[in-house]
Structure formats: structure tokens, C-alpha cells
Design a binder for this molecule. Structure first.
Ligand SMILES: NC(=O)c1ccc[n+]([C@@H]2O[C@H](COP(=O)([O-])OP(=O)(O)OC[C@H]3O[C@@H](n4cnc5c(N)ncnc54)[C@H](O)[C@@H]3O)[C@@H](O)[C@H]2O)c1
Length: 410
């Protein structure tokens, strides 16, 4: 192991598992988060997010003294930035967290350090990180006085996007192939060598912009393919065809592989990252933009379907229906509610005056809804609507026309 001390900025779903894994491999890890309670929980050897195996890794890492959390960065050989990259109103990428993390590490940098941006980022963000560092720490850069361009950096700056699947993060951090793109060929090489120390998958070398675009491309590919399935589901509803049966049949073609439709697309990757391309690509990003719109429209369509069913019940029974919203998470078998269409649907139905029973087997409570046990809910509900295909729901013997995630069909 050439480099020993790592400073990880942002201890969420990506930064914390990465920190714990590196600590388990013998690195000294200084983890940084701006939220004091996150720092405190980790220093007690506990975790603030739900992810299988992570608790064991963090406990061992903290007990061995290899992982310490702090509110401030410290000197290190390698700095890894894993802070959020959401979007602002109008789907404009927000890289404020990246910029503020970059500024926060600047005073601690020394010649020869590696700075890695792991956050999913719009094309050009790694260059911006380097530019920001050159302003904060001019002593580490040679700048051309006439063009103000960086001629030489005493740091190695690179992007290495993360592509782990929540629920399998500890395994995928090691097994997945990784893409590393530096702002210079040397930065690419030295950063790739670091990843090869703990990644069993292949570490593929490119430049920073291609690495940034690769991550955005992966998620846009998924989004576009789900949009196709979602559009099919709305067409099938119009034509009186069971979309799940249709997809099963079509997928018997040796070169067809249609994904499953759902209540929309959520999570803070697939529902967000394509907008980074659309924002920068403008008119050239037609298909990617339309896919985002189709997936968002599917969520509105689901809301209308449920409202119509509730209205029909009320007309027929002379009282309001109790509507069970089965699932709030953005996908099956996780507790992550970020950008969740199911949560959005439940919220909208409640706001529009429907009598909602909110079910989410993966969380105990929620600030907006009373979380009701799913078996109890089924006894009380007049209308059952499946929004997320959680494993608990698959065993249920229930009939409903409002299965938007195929839990009764797949
Ligand atoms: N979660 C995933 O499955 C996943 C997968 C691939 C890529 N990513 C990308 O990785 C990045 C991080 O995502 P995440 O899921 O870990 O986010 P997260 O919200 O779980 O964690 C981010 C953490 O960073 C902290 N933070 C914010 N600003 C900070 C700062 N200036 N200094 C120190 N800490 C700061 C927050 O308090 C938070 O704890 C995002 O760009 C995301 O798109 C996430």
C-alpha cells in the first residue's frame, strides 16, 4: 500500500461504506460530515443509514481506530469527495456541495496529494474542482499568466464515479468495475492504482469528462429504458391489455429485453442525473429529456387512476374510501425515500383530501404519515394500491386493479 491516510468528505450512502471498507483494508480514514449527529453516531461505531453489513464494517473500523469521524477535514494522502449533487428548481444541477467540500479540504492539501471526486457530477465538474483548488491554493499550481489556465498542478485530481446498488453496497464497492478519469494522464494513472488496491473489478482509465459522462450515460440509459416500459403500461391500460403479460411475451424475442414499468422513477440517481445531461445538452438531448418527462408523467397518471377509483367508491358507497398506499420507498426492499414517486403519490393523495393509509415495511415512522402495519392496513382498506414491489407484498393474496409495480403479476 503506497498511500496510507484517506480523508473522505461526506459520510452518507457512498462516503460511509467507502470509509469503512478502506479502514477494513488497513487505511487510516478520517471521515468528514457537516452534520454533527452523523459524526457522533459514527464515532460510537454505529450507523445513521440502512445498508446491509455496513454496521459490522463501521463498528470494526471504529473499534480498531482506523476510522474516525469529524466535522473538519485533516491532512491526508488521498481526499475523496462524496457529497450530494442534487438539482435546483428548473432541474438545474446543484454542485454547491462539491464546491464547498473542495474549499473545505483546500487548507489541508499538500504536494503529491490525490483529490478524487466520487459524487455524480455534470461534465466539467472535476475541472472546476481543480480550478477552485488553484484559486484557494495557488502555491500548489503553476498558472499561465496570460490565459489564467492551469499549466501544472502539484496535486492529482480525478473523477471516479460510483455505481453501487443500495442494499449491496459493501459487495459492489469491491466487485464492480470502476472508471477513473483524471485531469491529466498522470492523475488518471495514480488514482487508478489506488483503486486497484481494493477493487476486485477492473479499473478502467479515461479522462475526467468521459468519466463524468459515463456515469450520467449509465443512469440515462436506465431512465430511457424504464420510460419505454412506463409508456407501454399506459398504452396497455388504454387498450385493455395486461402489460406484465405483454412484456413477458415480448421478452421471449432473443434480442428484446423490456424493463418493468412502475409508479415513475425515483432515487437520487436515475431520476436526477439525466437532467445534468439535459441541462448542458439543450436541443441535442431530446430523447433523454422526453424519457424524464414520460417517467414523471407516469407518476401523475397513477395519481389520477387512484383518485378516480376513490371517487367511484365514494359514489357507490356514499362514504370516503380508505386508500392503502403500499410502499413509500423509491424501489423494492430499501428504506430510501429520496425522489420517491410512491412518496410523492401518497403525499399528493393526502393533500387532495383522500383518506390515506401509508404502508412502508422498511421504516418505522415518518414525519408526515403514520406508518401502518401492512397486514392491519389490508383489514381496514377499501382500496389497495401497490406502489412499490416490496417482498412482503408479494406473498399477499389480494386482487386489485391498482398494482402499478407488478407485485401481483411478476
Ligand atoms: N446513494 C447511491 O446509491 C449513489 C450511487 C452512486 C452515486 N451516488 C452519488 O454519490 C454522491 C453522494 O451520494 P450519497 O447517496 O452518499 O448522499 P448522502 O446524502 O447519503 O450523503 C452525503 C453526505 O454528505 C454530507 N455533506 C454535505 N455537504 C458536505 C460538506 N461540504 N462537507 C462534508 N460533508 C458534507 C451530508 O451531510 C451527507 O451526510 C452523490 O453525488 C450521488 O449522486 C450515490
Amino acid at each position: 500500500m503506497v498511500k496510507k491516510k484517506i480523508c473522505v468528505i461526506g459520510l452518507g450512502y457512498i462516503g460511509l461504506p467507502t470509509s469503512a471498507l478502506l479502514a477494513s483494508r488497513g487505511y487510516d480514514v478520517h471521515g468528514v460530515d457537516v452534520v454533527q449527529s452523523v459524526v457522533d453516531i459514527i464515532n460510537q461505531g454505529k450507523i445513521h443509514i440502512v445498508e446491509p453489513e455496513l454496521d459490522t464494517f463501521v463498528k470494526a473500523a471504529v473499534n480498531s481506530g482506523k476510522l474516525k469521524a469529524d466535522i473538519k477535514p485533516a491532512n491526508a494522502d488521498i481526499f475523496i469527495i462524496a457529497v450530494p449533487t442534487p438539482f435546483n428548481d428548473g432541474f438545474v444541477p446543484n454542485i454547491d456541495y462539491v464546491v464547498s467540500a473542495t474549499k473545505a479540504i483546500a487548507p489541508y492539501l499538500q504536494e503529491g496529494n490525490i483529490v478524487i471526486l466520487e459524487s455524480t457530477s455534470p461534465v466539467g465538474t472535476t475541472d472546476l474542482v481543480e480550478e477552485t483548488l488553484s484559486k484557494e491554493r495557488p502555491d500548489l499550481f503553476e498558472i499561465d499568466n496570460s490565459t489564467y489556465k492551469i499549466q501544472h498542478s502539484k496535486l492529482f485530481t480525478a473523477h471516479c464515479p460510483e455505481r453501487v446498488l443500495p442494499g449491496h453496497i459493501m459487495r459492489e464497492l469491491v466487485e464492480n468495475d470502476r472508471i477513473v478519469g483524471g485531469t491529466t494522464p498522470e492523475a488518471t494513472k495514480i488514482t487508478a492504482e489506488f483503486y486497484r488496491e481494493f477493487v476486485a473489478g477492473e479499473v478502467l482509465e479515461t479522462d475526467a469528462k468521459t468519466a463524468e459522462m459515463a456515469k450520467l450515460t449509465e443512469n440515462s440509459f436506465r431512465d430511457t429504458n424504464i420510460a419505454f416500459a412506463n409508456e407501454l403500461s399506459m398504452l396497455c391500460d388504454k387498450f385493455g391489455i395486461n402489460v406484465w403479460e405483454l412484456i413477458k411475451l415480448a421478452n421471449r424475442h432473443p434480442r428484446v429485453n423490456i424493463l418493468n414499468p412502475g409508479a415513475g422513477v425515483g432515487g437520487h440517481c436515475i431520476a436526477v442525473d439525466p437532467w445534468f445531461i439535459v441541462h448542458a445538452g439543450g436541443e441535442s438531448a431530446k430523447l433523454i429529456k422526453t424519457s424524464r418527462e414520460v417517467n414523471n408523467y407516469k407518476t401523475e397518471w397513477v395519481i389520477e387512476k387512484i383518485k378516480n377509483a376513490a371517487l367511484k367508491f365514494e359514489n357507490e358507497n356514499g362514504r370516503k374510501a380508505k386508500v392503502a398506499c403500499m410502499g413509500l420507498a423509491f424501489k423494492p426492499d430499501i428504506d430510501d425515500l429520496r425522489e420517491s414517486p410512491a412518496l410523492y403519490i401518497t403525499r399528493r393523495l393526502k393533500a387532495d383530501g383522500l383518506d390515506i393509509l401509508a404502508v412502508e415495511p422498511n421504516i418505522d415512522n415518518h414525519k408526515e404519515f403514520e406508518i401502518v402495519n401492512y397486514q392491519k392496513t389490508l383489514e381496514q382498506a377499501d382500496i389497495v394500491t401497490f406502489l412499490v414491489a416490496h417482498k412482503e407484498f408479494k406473498k399477499l393474496d389480494i386482487k386489485t386493479d391498482l398494482d402499478f409495480c407488478g407485485v401481483l403479476n411478476i
